[in-house]
Design a protein around this ligand. Structure first.
Ligand SMILES: [Zn+2]
Length: 41
């Protein structure tokens, strides 16, 4: 069951920042729709 969840997220396209359009590295789920740079602003 857990492997299905991991595979589900692998198949998702990379998140992009809603502000600058940069690809978001998903290190934390709290990033939301903004990259690390725009989150701090
Ligand atoms: Zn950004």
């Amino acid at each position: 069951m857990l492997e299905n969840v991991i595979e589900f997220f692998r198949n998702l396209p990379a998140k992009k920042c809603a502000t600058c359009g940069d690809t978001i590295e998903e290190q934390h789920e709290c990033y939301g729709n903004h990259c690390d740079k725009c989150t701090k602003l």
